[in-house]
Unconditional design. Structure first.
Lengths: 356, 411
């Protein structure tokens, strides 16, 4: 028997072999850019070379026919080169301005939305969901498809006050990350434990250690080693579920969606910020999640109407104050909005700064 | 092949609307691959019952301890063709550049061995080749690996990293993002492919403080390009911008938005910048893309400890290196050396399943800094300590050290 093939441990591939020649030649030597129209960036190098980038949205989970179609379009218009952004948009670069409009027309014919630049709502960055995750409370691709259908106009235009990044996460670990708007699963009931399976499926000390609020302890149940949850302490986060699947946290009725706003990764104007809870208890309602969609639309419409130019959602709420945010959006303010996690007192108002 | 489709009334509703539909794509694949017929059936069942039905397991390739995400169906009796539906994580080229030739080859591999469904890209930055049987994982990986692509990270390991488009197309780039990313990740491939760290360790590189990679909020080790000389001003371009947009627009959208009031608009439609008080936030440069640009004395800031919610809540990275030059091989080597210190300290001191940021929260920043051999700096804090409950009997030595270090830096 021949020796098995060992992997070539080559790491991150060198990108120049796949880079558009104009980008390669002007690497590190760009001078300025502008945006001639939504979906198009125009960069000028110190050498005077120019490149136009046409950006378009995808479904992220792509079948090979869709990818091949993108390759065909790249071969026809963009010398065969393209790149992806971290929000799963494709950027096709052309060094000849006359190719921009035909490329946009072709993308339109093939059903790819051109946009996502400047002050638009870009593609939602998301997780795996029911399609592939082992611990999902909802789907990801489906939520995103439903939302992006609603937000299509906001993607192809640049008429938001500043850019809007939306994320979704199918559990409270929040792999989708921080967003101007985040649509995330929020469990509302403690895990239901299948005591017959715990002893064989779970390393109990690991599960006890995983709980953020020390609500889990080892216990004998019906003569079997298992775990029990102090349901008064439990915050229903689901952290015990990945290391111990018999602690079933996902529930078809009680796993809800929550919406958070004001996460901003950029250092522009203010320091980076984390998202804050604005709405919870929203039904996890496939296939189109209309209740979550209407709240997102309402928040975006209010932001668009009320924010000043270049204010991101966090900048806008910082200026108008949270009471006004809840007033303008009509969302209820509840006891659940008041943080009680570690360091939470810093989020309380210790001043007389109150808008009447 | 040719298995009859399951009825999918809920998923069918995701084929309408203007956004590209992943369901339409999966249906296309189902015509030639029975795995995708049953995958659609299981997904429809998830939509009906609002539950997921995948469980993990152990699947890998020879020579590596991670990188394949095993998925076995819990309802394989109803959907047998997709009972094994694993993902192979593959690291993309830095900056996620592709040409059509390599992309067509990747598609051919996945049509031959897998489902034909590929995600560009996962949240860590991997190409996610989704849907393959256990038996096909090794031959599929062998072909992908021979094309020059390597496995990504999973589990308690160095993970696949990300860098922005940066120098390839962005004038705001302050460093060679792809070179830094490749130097970092490729130095730790053993820690990526043989998971033995307390928990995950992520590198992300953004070329400027706009941080398009969300590095500060998501990476254990965030590298952000910056500069320490003056913002470059093209006063003619500023005048042209004002002529186009008007003085009010500039006053309201640029001048008054500066977080440290460091930019002023002059009578003659030029601007004056107090560079000593500029915090390199990028706002004015983002708005006036031709008139203003980053300086020439570029380098990086390094922030350590960003992560998502598990277990103690979301944490941002903390400044550990306010500025360092990286425009030479030695400069980049120093970044890699710091990363080695950080990973060694993390491996030694973090608890199981604890991220770097959580470890710092538990032991305090100063213990971490002493562990990795970095001196304290006022740029590391938003403000000094408020609580008087501290033990300060080493104060005199600490102050002496501060002055000595200051003198050394000055010389």
């Amino acid at each position: 028997m021949s020796a098995p093939r060992m992997p070539d441990e080559t790491g991150v591939p060198e990108p120049f072999q796949y880079m558009h020649p104009t980008m390669k030649e002007n690497y590190g030597k760009w001078a300025w850019h502008d945006r001639p129209r939504p979906g198009v960036l125009h960069h000028v190098a110190q050498s005077g070379d120019e490149i136009w980038t046409v950006k378009f949205g995808t479904q992220r989970q792509m079948d090979t026919a869709t990818i091949t179609k993108i390759c065909d379009i790249a071969d026809e218009f963009a010398d065969g080169f393209f790149r992806f952004t971290m929000r799963s948009n494709v950027e096709m670069m052309v060094a000849d301005q006359s190719k921009v409009d035909p490329l946009i027309a072709k993308l339109g014919e093939e059903g790819f939305p051109v946009g996502g630049t400047g002050n638009s709502v870009s593609m939602i960055s998301h997780t795996q969901g029911w399609l592939h995750c082992d611990i999902p409370g909802t789907d990801a691709s489906g939520v995103v498809k439903a939302m992006m259908d609603l937000l299509h106009e906001d993607f192809i235009k640049e008429d938001m006050p500043n850019r809007v990044h939306i994320t979704t996460s199918c559990c409270q670990i929040n792999c989708g990350g921080q967003g101007d708007i985040a649509i995330n699963i929020q469990h509302t009931k403690p895990p239901k434990i299948n005591h017959e399976l715990v002893a064989n499926a779970c390393e109990r000390p690991t599960v006890v250690a995983r709980c953020p609020v020390a609500a889990i302890r080892p216990a004998m149940v019906d003569g079997r080693p298992s775990l029990e949850v102090d349901e008064k302490k439990c915050i229903c986060c689901g952290a015990c579920f990945p290391p111990c699947p018999p602690m079933q946290i996902n529930d078809s009725e009680h796993s809800k969606l929550a919406i958070w706003i004001g996460g901003n990764h950029s250092n522009a104007r203010s320091k980076p910020s984390f998202q804050k809870l604005v709405a919870a208890g929203i039904p996890n309602n496939p296939p189109r999640w209309p209740e979550a969609g209407s709240i997102v639309k309402k928040i975006l419409a209010t932001y668009k109407e009320d924010a000043k130019g270049w204010e991101r959602i966090n900048d806008w709420v910082e200026r108008i104050g949270w009471p006004r945010f809840f007033e303008l959006t009509g969302l209820p303010f509840t006891k659940y909005h008041v943080d009680n996690w570690r360091g939470a007192r810093h989020s309380l108002n210790s001043s007389t700064h109150i808008r009447f | 092949m040719g298995k009859e489709m399951h009825p999918t009334p809920m998923l069918d509703q995701l084929e309408d609307g203007p956004w590209p539909s992943f369901i339409t794509g999966i249906k296309r694949l189902a015509k030639k691959n029975d795995m995708m017929v049953d995958l659609l059936g299981q997904l429809e069942h998830s939509y009906e019952t609002r539950k997921g039905y995948w469980k993990g397991g152990t699947v890998g390739v020879i020579g590596y301890g991670g990188g394949v995400i095993p998925r076995f169906s819990e309802i394989a009796s109803a959907f047998p063709e997709s009972k094994e539906f694993h993902t192979i994580r593959i690291q993309p080229p830095a900056g996620m550049h592709y040409d059509s030739a390599v992309m067509r080859k990747l598609c051919d591999v996945w049509d031959e061995f897998g489902s034909g469904l590929i995600a560009f890209h996962g949240q860590s930055g991997d190409i996610m080749f989704q849907g393959i049987t256990s038996d096909n994982v090794q031959p599929a990986f062998d072909v992908i690996n021979e094309m020059g692509f390597d496995m990504g990270g999973a589990g308690p390991a160095v993970r696949t990293g990300m860098s922005c488009v940066g120098s390839a197309r962005c004038e705001q780039s302050c460093c060679d993002e792809q070179e830094i990313l490749r130097s970092l990740v490729n130095n730790f491939l053993d820690d990526m492919h043989r998971p033995a760290l307390p928990y995950k360790m992520k590198f992300k590189v953004s070329g400027c403080p706009n941080d398009c990679m969300n590095a500060i909020e998501r990476a254990d080790f965030a590298v952000i390009g910056t500069w320490r000389d003056d913002i470059k001003v093209d006063q003619d371009a500023i005048k042209a911008f004002i002529a186009d947009k008007g003085r009010d627009y500039v006053a309201n959208n640029v001048i008054s938005r500066c977080p440290t009031n460091a930019i002023a608009l002059n009578e003659d439609d030029t601007v004056t910048i107090e560079n000593r008080n500029c915090v390199r936030c990028m706002h004015c440069i983002n708005v006036m893309t031709k008139g203003l640009s980053v300086g020439d004395d570029t380098g990086i800031t390094i922030l350590i400890g960003g992560k998502r919610t598990l277990k103690i809540g979301d944490l941002m990275g903390t400044v550990v290196v306010p500025f360092m030059k990286v425009d030479t091989e030695e400069g980049i080597e120093k970044v890699v050396e710091l990363a080695e210190e950080v990973i060694d300290f993390f491996a030694e001191n973090a608890l199981e399943h604890e991220r770097t940021g959580e470890m710092i929260e538990r032991i305090g920043l100063v213990n971490f800094l002493e562990g990795v051999g970095v001196d304290v700096d006022p740029n590391m804090v938003a403000e000094p300590r408020q609580s008087s409950y501290f033990r300060g009997d080493g104060w005199d030595e600490a102050a002496k050290e501060w002055y000595a270090n200051k003198a050394e830096r000055a010389s």
